[in-house]
Design a protein around this ligand. Structure first.
Ligand SMILES: C=CC1=C(C)c2cc3[nH]c(cc4nc(cc5[nH]c(cc1n2)c(C)c5CCC(=O)O)C(CCC(=O)O)=C4C)c(C)c3C=C
Ligand code: FE2
Length: 415
């Protein structure tokens, strides 16, 4: 019988694998890279426990499965029990174990297995599982109304929003990221299964091709407009900036959130068919950077700082003030900065034969009221990109700090 002590990925056992740690942000150790004998890094794991939850400043993996849940008619104690069960299963899965102690192919023969099995033999691919609490969790059902951080308020309506109810909100969220899509899906599927009778899936989103880099070692990927995305993103190595813009500091709000962060998710549909009929000149004007190397239109290379004062022959600024980069830049938002961690998506096509494609935007921050909200307000009003995008889904979640050994994630909320 397979027991909890044996990895579901026994074939890929880490015994003898090289293990390297990297200290990233806030002094906490996040990355433990275990490589297989053949040098492959697919068995990479990140510690589930720590000062902060993983999946924020840990290097962005290639694939995402994001899920929002509504809590059923249960008690406060049962909610805490669900978080405890999720924590146990999540910690196991991030190390490559099955969701439950018996595994997919053993245990009582007349009961359903405590793991669904599709990740048997697959290495974790750097699986991270990050939990968050939506504003609706703080209504009168669980006695949490007085515990809601002021920063966790519903996002305002932005001009142009076309939000769909069944792609928005949620009492709880789980972000599962891995370099293997099957591992990310397996994590969400098993956590949903564990929640049976206690919470139901409200909406979910698959993502591929990360649209950001969160460490300097990562190359900048491209979004479905074909542009490099993430060039000016915050990186784990910028520890002072991460401390200032990502983590909730002592005294920011209720103590249970210290070391946590706020996650904003937006499902942004891109009308790529229109974009694809737009000239290269217009595409670069809209973004404010070159399509090839991703350099600012003010000149230089990809990582050259943007200079909004540079003008061309007609004395017009080389970076259009209505360009995305200009409007999103901290210089034009009172210094507001985000850690972006989004993914591309393509979910089939609509009735008109257009791909249902876009960017599942995810950003982490210390306070959405002073970061995402003002930036998005400015973009929603004036961004030249608005002609090609439509926000159709939305969510804001308080992501509690990391948990100590044996402690359910978010337990301090209930203390
Ligand atoms: C409210 C925040 C943002 C939303 C929503 C958003 C959507 C969005 N962005 C792109 C493509 C690019 N964004 C780029 C830069 C960039 N975007 C934001 C914020 C939001 N983007 C910020 C804060 C920045 C950095 C600005 C700066 O400091 O220079 C870029 C340029 C490359 C880069 O720096 O990452 C691209 C390209 C799309 C396609 C999109 C919605 C579909
Ligand atoms: Fe952007």
């Amino acid at each position: 019988m397979t027991t909890g002590g044996i990895s579901r990925r026994g074939l890929f056992g880490l015994a003898g694998a090289g293990v390297a740690g990297a200290a990233l942000g806030g002094g906490a150790t996040y990355a433990a890279t275990a490589t297989l004998g053949n040098g492959s890094a697919v068995a990479r794991t990140y510690p589930f426990r720590g000062l902060h939850q993983s999946g924020i400043v840990t290097p962005a993996q290639d694939r995402l499965h994001f899920a929002a849940f509504d809590v059923s008619d249960i008690t406060r104690d049962e909610l805490l029990e669900l978080l405890a069960d999720w924590t146990t299963a999540a910690e196991r899965m991030t190390t490559g174990l099955g969701a439950g102690p018996y595994g997919a192919a053993s245990g009582p023969y007349d009961a359903p297995p405590d793991d669904t099995g599709e990740a048997l033999d697959l290495p974790p691919g750097g699986l991270t599982i990050t939990f968050g609490f939506g504003p609706t969790l703080f209504d009168d059902r669980f006695g949490l109304a007085g515990r809601r951080p002021d920063a966790l308020e519903e996002l305002p309506h932005f001009p142009g929003d076309a939000l769909e109810e069944n792609r928005s909100g949620g009492d709880l969220c789980i972000q599962a990221c891995s370099d293997d899509p099957q591992v990310a899906v397996h994590a969400i599927r098993n956590l949903s299964r564990i929640a049976f009778g206690r919470a139901t899936l409200r909406w979910s989103q698959l993502g591929f091709g990360r649209t950001s880099s969160t460490t300097r070692a990562q190359t900048t990927p491209r979004n479905l407009f074909g542009f490099k995305d993430g060039t000016a993103n915050l990186r784990a190595e910028d520890t002072t900036q991460v401390e200032r813009h990502v983590w909730v500091n002592d005294g920011d709000g209720p103590a249970w959130m210290t070391g946590g962060s706020y996650l904003v998710a937006r499902r942004i549909r891109m009308t790529i068919e229109t974009w694809d009929r737009t000239s290269l000149r217009e595409q670069e004007r809209v973004i404010g950077r070159t399509k090839g190397v991703g350099a600012p239109l003010s000149g230089g290379e990809e990582f050259t700082p943007v200079d909004f004062s540079v003008t061309g022959r007609d004395d017009a600024p080389l970076i259009d003030p209505a360009s995305h980069v200009s409007l999103a830049h901290p210089e034009h938002n009172g210094g507001a900065t985000l850690l972006r961690r989004g993914y591309n998506f393509v979910d089939g096509n609509d009735q008109l034969g257009r791909l249902d494609a876009g960017l599942f935007f995810i950003a982490f921050q210390r306070d959405p009221r002073t970061q995402f909200v003002p930036i998005q307000l400015s973009l929603a009003r004036n961004d030249a990109m608005n002609e090609y995008v439509r926000h159709v889904g939305s969510g804001v979640f308080a992501v509690p700090p990391g948990s100590r050994s044996g402690e359910p994630v978010g337990e301090r909320l209930f203390a």
